[in-house]
Every structure is written in C-alpha cells, then in structure tokens.
Design a protein around this ligand. Structure first.
Ligand SMILES: O=C(O)CCC(=O)C(=O)O
Ligand SMILES: [Fe+2]
Length: 342
C-alpha cells in the first residue's frame, strides 16, 4: 500500500469531508474517505471514517423494514447435511437467503485474498498491542488503536472493552486501520452490494459485536445463539472471516447445520447467562455438529438464530486470527449495539 499522500492532500480531503458532512452528504463523505485511504493509508482518514459512519446512521437512516423478509426460497442445497459451501464467485443474496433459511449458515470459500488477509492480520496484531499498552490510561496508539467514542445516547466504554478482551478480542471500531482494511477487502469483492440486496435496505454494522479475534486453543467455548442478546426479530447477518487456517490445529467454530426458529433453552453451568448448556446442545444431536476447516479468507455467514460456539480441542496448538462482523438491516438495528453505516 502506498503512502503517497502529502500533507496538502490530506488537509484538502479533511476539509472536503467537513463540507460534505455539513451539507448532509454522508455517503459522499464516506466514499471520499474510503477512496483517499485506498490511495494511501492515513490515520486521519481512517479515524474520521469510523466517526462519519457512526454519525451518519442518525442522519441517513429512515428506512422501513422491507415487507415479506426474508424471501421464501427453495432449498438450493437439498442434499446437503453439512454446511452448504460456495466459492466467492457464486455469492449472491438469494443464495445466502436460501442457505440460512434451510441450513442456518453458508460457507463462502476464498472471499478474501490471502495477501490482503495478511495485511489485516498485521493490523490485528498491532491493534492488540495497542490495546494492551493503552490499558491504563487508555491512550490512543495511532494508527492501530484509537478508542472509539460513541455519540450521546449510546453506551460504549470500559465495560464493553473489558468484555471483548476477556473473550480474546479487540473491537474493530477501536482499530480503524484493521476495520478499514477488512471492510475494504469485502467491498472489493462486492460484499457491500450483496448485503444491501440481502436486506433490501441500508446496512449498518455493530460497534459492540464486531470484533478482531486472536483466539488460543485454550479459549472458553460456550454454546449460544447471538439472538439471545441481539433479539430474535432483528434482521442480522454475521460475517465470520478466517484470517489464518483453522479447524485442524487452531480453533474453528462448532456449528449446528440447521435452522432454529426460536431461542433454545439457556442457562446451566456455563459461562454466561445466555449460554446454552452442553446437555441442551446435545439434545439437538451432537453428531450433526460441524467444525469447518477454514483456509485463509474463507468466511462463514450466519444469523442470530444459529447455534454455535468456538470450536476448540485440547490438541490444538496454534493461535487463530478471525474477524466477526455483525451486519444489520438498519431499520431493525438494535440500538444498544451502537451502529456504523456500511
Ligand atoms: O470467534 C469465535 O470463536 C466465536 C465467534 C462467535 O460466537 C460469533 O461470531 O458469533
Ligand atoms: Fe456467537
């Protein structure tokens, strides 16, 4: 990536961004910052982009939920007992709709190019280092780690960060360069358009749940459906992207390859009150659980009803890099998740 911006260009872009925001042209501001950062990564662009995406939400979103969602589609993978798989070239909204409705998730092979993934991994390492150094006091470590500030009316701070760290994660919004690289890699393969098609409206991501992960084989793994805290009625899609090989000697995910139309019973001797006990999970047939093997850049798409956990095994030896990014139809956005416009 080149860094051929000179200071005059940077100032000009920032001034133009101010003008666009003042005029209410939020999408143009987002586009300008993305294009500028693509030409040469710059922390000013990246941190402004996080802020503009967050502030844009209140200003651009007046969408109503589209009626009759999700579309009723036949099962495109009628003989599949495991998780349906497609190459990235076949990714379309209707394929996602069908796979989620009939199988609970969809594996997309080769969504992100391995060279691009290496750049994201590098940004994740820097973000973890920045987060560790910034712990007390929480001072920024630009360009890798810059604590995100939510607007009034949203809650995002120490409690959320401690929770993410406990789970082996750093919030993507605290790592503007990693977030840019990841969203840009997805945009480069048309994922933004696919999402818009999938929801039929504006898309927003969650500041609270979009997480850079470096997961050790010793990680805690509790069965859950994210709908336990995202709500069952919201329209969501998680894109979980592997940035290092996993499933053999690094943690994967364990996934029930089926649709659940409600939350299963929660509680038991597990990690959180929204965790599902091993016994309850087993009652849905442990034999059917899939632990996918991911190559770098493969992504699993699923929603808040999918029953899953971190897929670890005592014999695993390697750290796994991944990004979990929860996307929502803006009109059904769960406020406490703290929105950023795509
Ligand atoms: O990365 C993991 O191991 C857990 C991810 C997860 O629970 C999710 O993406 O919803
Ligand atoms: Fe989850």
């Amino acid at each position: 990536m080149s860094t051929n911006n000179n200071i005059l260009d940077i100032n000009a872009v920032m001034r133009k961004t101010d003008e666009l925001v003042a005029a209410g042209s939020w999408d143009d501001a987002i586009r300008l910052l993305c294009e500028s950062n693509r030409r040469g990564e710059n922390v000013e662009f990246e941190s402004r982009l996080v802020k503009v995406r967050h502030h844009a939400f209140a200003n651009v979103v007046d969408d109503k939920p589209v009626p009759h969602w999700p579309k009723q589609l036949p099962d495109y993978f009628p003989n599949e007992r495991s998780i349906p798989e497609i190459p990235a070239s076949e990714l379309r909204a209707d394929v996602v709709t069908s796979a989620i409705a009939h199988h609970g998730s969809l594996m997309v092979r080769g969504l992100i190019n391995p060279d691009v993934a290496a750049g994201i991994r590098d940004a994740i390492d820097h973000a973890f280092q920045g987060a560790a150094e910034a712990e007390t006091p929480r001072t920024p470590r630009p360009p890798w780690y810059i604590p995100f500030r939510a607007r009034d009316g949203y809650s995002f701070g120490g409690a959320e960060r401690s929770y993410a760290r406990f789970g082996g994660g750093v919030h993507a919004v605290d790592a503007p360069r990693a977030l840019f690289r990841h969203m840009d890699a997805l945009t480069a393969v048309g994922f933004d358009h696919m999402l818009k098609d999938y929801f039929g409206e504006r898309v927003a991501i969650s500041a609270k749940k979009s997480t850079l992960r470096r997961t050790e084989p010793t990680a805690l793994a509790g069965w859950h459906q994210d709908g336990a805290f995202l709500g069952t009625e919201t329209r969501s899609l998680n894109i979980w992207t592997a940035l290092s090989p996993c499933g053999v000697d690094a943690a994967s995910l364990d996934v029930f390859p089926r649709r659940f139309d409600r939350l299963v019973e929660m509680g038991g001797p597990d990690i959180f009150d929204w965790s599902v006990s091993n016994e309850t999970a087993a009652s849905y047939g442990m034999d059917s659980v899939v632990r996918p093997v991911f190559e770098i850049g493969d992504a699993l798409l699923f929603d808040q009803m999918t029953l899953h956990r971190t897929g670890v095994d005592p014999g695993m030896t390697k750290t796994r890099y991944a990004i979990e990014m929860w996307c929502f139809a803006a009109s059904t956005y769960p406020h406490e998740q703290v929105p950023l416009c795509w």
